[in-house]
Design a protein around this ligand. Sequence first.
Ligand code: FAD
Length: 384
Amino acid sequence: MTVAFHESPVIYDAIIIGAGVMGATTALFLARAGLKVALVDRQDMFRAASGVNAGTLTLHMTRAQLIPHAIRGREMWLNSAEWLGEDVGALATPGLSMAFTEAEEDLLRQRASVRQNMGAPIEVISAEKAVSIEPGVNPRLRAAAYCALDGHIPTYRVGGAYARALKEAGITLIENAPVESISSVRGQGHEIRLTGHARAIHGRRVVLSTGAWLEKMLGWFGHDISIRCLINQLVVTETLPPVMGSVLSIANGLLSLKQFANGSVLIGGGWQGEGNIRDGGTRVIPENLQGNVRLAQHVVPRLNEAQILRVWLGLESETPDAMPLIGALTPDDDAFVVGCVHSGFTSGPYMGRLLAERILGADPDLSAFNPSRFSPSSATRAQL
Ligand SMILES: Cc1cc2nc3c(=O)[nH]c(=O)nc-3n(C[C@H](O)[C@H](O)[C@H](O)COP(=O)(O)OP(=O)(O)OC[C@H]3O[C@@H](n4cnc5c(N)ncnc54)[C@H](O)[C@@H]3O)c2cc1C
């Protein structure tokens, strides 16, 4: 007699969809609290924004309301050995945001003031003082804002550190498996279907952390939120002798500059390329590349002599009010979202940890990040 044997499916306590900094951190803290966790990504982990970003830890460019979160996130990066298990090489440096025109100086003072009010140690300093701190900057600047709490992190080291920590925490990592559908199973959470996998996976809770790809999945939970996709450009130069020790930016936010230990300078500032979320493809817009590099050369004239080694683009996500989405998506408290955080690499570990705490039953103040703020009809449904 043949006995048919049906293996019962594993039911995870939480399935996290999207293995960038937000999802991976949430997964890590949930697993450390004893939950059985799976982390799923459509490609290899840390290949989207969390793997290609500039690694600037900045309060100058963080939205004022998010300053306290960015300060906590920056501290986590600087102490990554304590919670991630290894030092990922984050470096604390000052940040200088500069103004070259009267309009930029007005903006600089306004931005510094609102950030000071939110706890950022930012002070406006004279041009002479700025040049004494950074002798390589164009002396034609009018003023600068100095922040003692900036820094940067070698992004390329982070994914490997997370992979080891996730393994250590016993998390099931499922890569190259795009989630194609999520359906609720009465009383048993969610059934999640993955492209290329015959069997679905099951979880009592699901967390959406798919960055620029969030919009469609939020719709599956009745949240109609338009997620804007920014196609950010980064440029890296050949190695140079020391030309800057701080993170440099300009008041209008269109430039960020830093020099890594090996001497190469990374030029960013949110100049846009072309791209799409369908396949994640991107293309440089030549005028934007020129504009970005010319601005960098204006601010640090020594860059006129630098060769460009590589240019790349990455997809960043933004909500209509440019504030993050963190919290529950359902009244049953079995589906959650975390993402769309401005300067999200800086705050990412802290935001992911906050969501994990919320899922584990704590009550951190996430009211400003409530996903229901965009869907009045669902506001009464989600208990936040
Ligand atoms: C070029 C660039 C430069 C930046 N520079 C900085 C900076 O200097 N400082 C700073 O603080 N922030 C910076 N940011 C922002 C920062 O990188 C992001 O805010 C942060 O990394 C977002 O993390 P995330 O986990 O939400 O998203 P992501 O890292 O994008 O992760 C989302 C994941 O979801 C996966 N996914 C999508 N769809 C599916 C699906 N159907 N099934 C399974 N998985 C799916 C993706 O493959 C991806 O791995 C930059 C962003 C870019 C693009």
